[in-house]
Design a protein around this ligand. Structure first.
Ligand code: HEC
Ligand code: HEC
Ligand code: HEC
Ligand code: HEC
Ligand code: HEC
Ligand code: HEC
Ligand code: HEC
Ligand code: HEC
Ligand code: HEC
Ligand code: HEC
Ligand code: HEC
Ligand code: HEC
Length: 297
């Protein structure tokens, strides 16, 4: 596909190119090659001295010299080449040999497999250029249909979590959040925090993003104010209590969201067994766990 487009738009340029190259090669022989300035000085004095236009060794073109004729590609690699920021000729071993009559484009273009011996994403993904559309910017990957159809093949765990734990997030496509490949959105792009200045890290620890309803929190670091943002009346009672339960955090008793603890988790044998047999519910006497009646009252 790409090749056809390229040919159509540059068939003409190609002819010019070939001519140009011939003239470039000729030019090199007469010493008027487009060379970098510091070399120019040297070439001049040397030719003046010896007068033999053939005495110089032909040196391979430098990357910058390729760039003089291919400035767009030079710029791409310079800015976004990532680990492909090495010499052009390491990839382009056959150069300037495209012949439209021979239709030999595929033949002369570098093959990914020459260097990437093992396909890095497994045998299902061998058409490298489908996703890595431009080898001169290998990590600039378009978020097109091709890629979207494959997210779950490469990232099995997010996909599995979204399926196994249905939530409102399972109804969002991957790209609703990951709007370009590798982008990690902030929860705050779409949600308001429960309390002012709540850090992003807290959201993620309570709500694993691909299964946000599987709430899990740490009993010592969880802020009571977060609980209080939804359980306002309990929070108010608890905050105002004079009993020692005011020193116990919400999350210490409710170590999983929605779970109500048994008093005996913490108070092994507070009273005579006979009393407890008669009054099995602690709160029959202690009334309100969040605001225990105390002697001082
Ligand atoms: C990592 C390997 C690699 C490096 C490094 C590389 N290329 Fe390429 N280049 C390719 C491949 C592969 C293609 C064929 C792409 C296709 O068919 O879509 C290509 C295509 C081209 C083309 C023709 C298509 C186009 O995009 O115009 C030119 C011109 C080109 N490269 C020039 C350069 C120059 C100049 C450099 C160095 C500044 C360079 N390349 C460095 C792999 C590389
Ligand atoms: C004097 C100008 C000039 C220089 C220097 C030059 N090229 Fe080209 N190159 C062209 C032209 C003209 C074409 C054909 C039309 C086009 O793609 O722009 C071409 C085509 C190409 C192509 C695609 C077609 C083919 O036959 O390979 C590649 C790849 C390429 N050049 C790589 C390089 C690399 C790598 C260097 C440096 C080692 C380089 N070029 C140096 C002018 C140049
Ligand atoms: C001349 C050898 C060569 C060729 C040909 C080549 N690569 Fe690479 N590529 C490398 C090297 C070396 C690295 C650096 C990392 C490594 O060692 O794997 C690399 C890294 C990459 C990376 C990761 C870039 C980064 O910065 O992390 C991608 C993606 C990639 N190549 C894709 C391709 C694709 C697609 C093709 C074919 C169009 C291709 N490569 C052709 C040598 C090559
Ligand atoms: C379905 C799309 C797709 C195909 C096909 C594909 N890649 Fe990738 N590749 C990616 C994505 C996405 C990344 C991650 C890029 C990033 O880190 O942002 C990646 C990363 C890479 C990396 C760097 C990370 C690593 O694992 O080392 C290399 C190297 C690479 N690809 C080479 C290849 C080669 C070679 C082929 C063909 C055999 C290929 N890819 C085919 C999508 C694809
Ligand atoms: C061909 C394999 C492949 C495909 C297809 C693919 N990815 Fe990736 N993805 C990678 C690789 C490789 C990386 C970089 C290494 C890593 O962090 O796992 C990456 C990185 C990421 C990251 C960043 C991870 C981090 O820890 O920063 C996110 C997010 C991501 N991909 C989401 C997606 C989404 C969404 C899709 C579908 C639109 C997708 N990927 C398609 C291979 C792929
Ligand atoms: C509601 C938004 C949302 C949806 C939908 C979503 N993600 Fe994510 N994803 C995130 C956020 C936010 C993070 C960062 C989580 C963190 O830092 O703990 C993330 C992290 C990731 C990561 C890197 C960390 C990891 O768990 O491996 C990958 C890969 C990823 N997502 C892939 C996907 C794929 C694939 C899909 C679709 C099947 C998807 N995501 C759907 C928001 C989302
Ligand atoms: C791109 C937007 C987007 C991002 C980013 C996002 N969400 Fe959501 N989330 C939604 C939508 C849409 C819903 C469903 C409607 C609603 O409740 O607002 C939702 C719902 C939820 C729900 C309720 C789930 C249910 O099934 O009832 C929780 C919890 C949640 N998000 C937490 C988070 C957390 C934590 C993050 C960051 C790690 C995050 N979200 C990132 C869009 C997003
Ligand atoms: C201490 C744990 C905790 C932290 C930290 C936390 N959440 Fe929640 N979140 C919850 C609980 C519990 C619910 C209620 C779940 C239910 O309805 O069963 C909830 C519900 C939600 C919902 C669903 C809609 C709603 O308001 O009822 C969204 C969206 C949400 N949280 C986003 C966030 C974001 C964004 C952050 C970070 C700013 C965050 N959460 C931090 C525990 C937490
Ligand atoms: C975003 C609002 C929200 C936040 C934040 C929140 N909850 Fe809840 N909580 C609810 C909702 C809604 C219910 C009722 C539905 C359910 O059971 O999931 C509930 C139920 C409960 C229950 C069970 C009540 C019963 O009658 O059985 C307890 C206990 C509880 N939450 C404690 C906490 C604690 C402790 C925290 C802080 C770690 C907290 N909640 C944070 C919304 C929230
Ligand atoms: C997570 C542990 C935990 C749970 C569950 C718990 N408590 Fe406590 N309770 C404490 C701690 C800590 C104190 C402070 C005194 C101490 O160290 O024993 C305390 C103190 C008390 C006191 C003395 C109050 C005072 O101010 O002098 C009473 C009465 C009491 N608890 C009753 C209960 C009852 C009834 C329940 C069940 C409804 C209960 N507790 C559940 C941890 C817990
Ligand atoms: C000492 C342990 C303890 C502490 C601390 C504690 N709770 Fe409770 N909580 C309980 C017990 C036990 C019950 C069940 C009471 C009952 O059965 O009537 C309960 C019930 C609840 C309920 C459901 C019934 C209701 O009254 O609405 C909510 C919501 C709740 N707690 C939230 C909180 C919040 C928010 C905090 C912190 C501000 C907190 N709890 C602190 C032990 C505790
Ligand atoms: C028949 C009423 C009654 C029942 C039922 C009851 N208690 Fe008590 N509890 C009391 C009284 C009265 C006190 C002493 C109050 C004081 O000294 O202020 C007390 C004191 C306590 C104390 C504080 C002891 C101390 O050393 O200061 C704890 C802890 C306690 N009870 C836990 C429980 C638990 C747990 C249960 C349920 C298994 C329970 N109680 C059931 C009446 C009761």
């Amino acid at each position: 596909m790409k090749r056809d487009k390229w040919m159509k738009s540059s068939g003409c340029a190609m002819a010019v190119g070939v001519l140009l190259l011939i003239s470039v090669c000729g030019a090199q022989a007469t010493g008027t090659t487009p060379v970098v300035p510091e070399q120019q000085e040297k070439v001049k004095t040397e030719t003046q001295q010896v007068q033999d236009p053939y005495q110089d060794e032909i040196k391979p073109l430098t990357v910058a010299q390729c760039g003089q004729c291919h400035p767009g590609i030079f710029q791409k690699i310079k800015e976004k080449g990532k680990r492909h920021r090495f010499q052009c000729q390491k990839c382009h071993q056959q150069l300037h040999s495209f012949n439209p009559l021979k239709q030999n484009w595929a033949e002369i273009m570098p093959q990914c497999g020459n260097c990437h011996k093992e396909p890095p994403h497994g045998k299902a993904f061998t058409a490298c250029l489908d996703c890595h559309k431009d080898p001169h910017m290998p990590l600039t990957i378009a978020l097109d249909k091709n890629l979207v159809a494959s997210c779950g093949n490469c990232h099995t765990s997010p996909q599995a979590q979204l399926t196994q734990f249905p939530s409102a997030h399972s109804k969002q496509g991957c790209t609703a959040c990951h709007s370009s490949h590798g982008l990690i959105p902030s929860c705050m792009d779409c949600h308001k925090p429960h309390i002012v200045d709540q850090p992003l890290a807290a959201c993620k620890s309570c709500h694993p993003v691909h299964k946000p309803k599987e709430i899990a929190y740490n009993s010592t670091e969880t802020s009571n104010a977060t609980c209080g943002s939804c359980h306002g009346s309990v929070f108010k009672e608890w905050s105002g209590t004079t009993s020692l339960h005011g020193k116990v955090n919400c999350a210490q008793c409710h170590d999983k969201h929605g779970k109500v603890p048994d008093c005996r988790q913490c108070h092994k044998a507070p009273h005579d067994a006979k009393i407890l047999q008669k009054f099995p519910k602690c709160l029959d006497c202690h009334i309100n766990v969040h605001n225990l009646p105390t002697k001082k009252k």
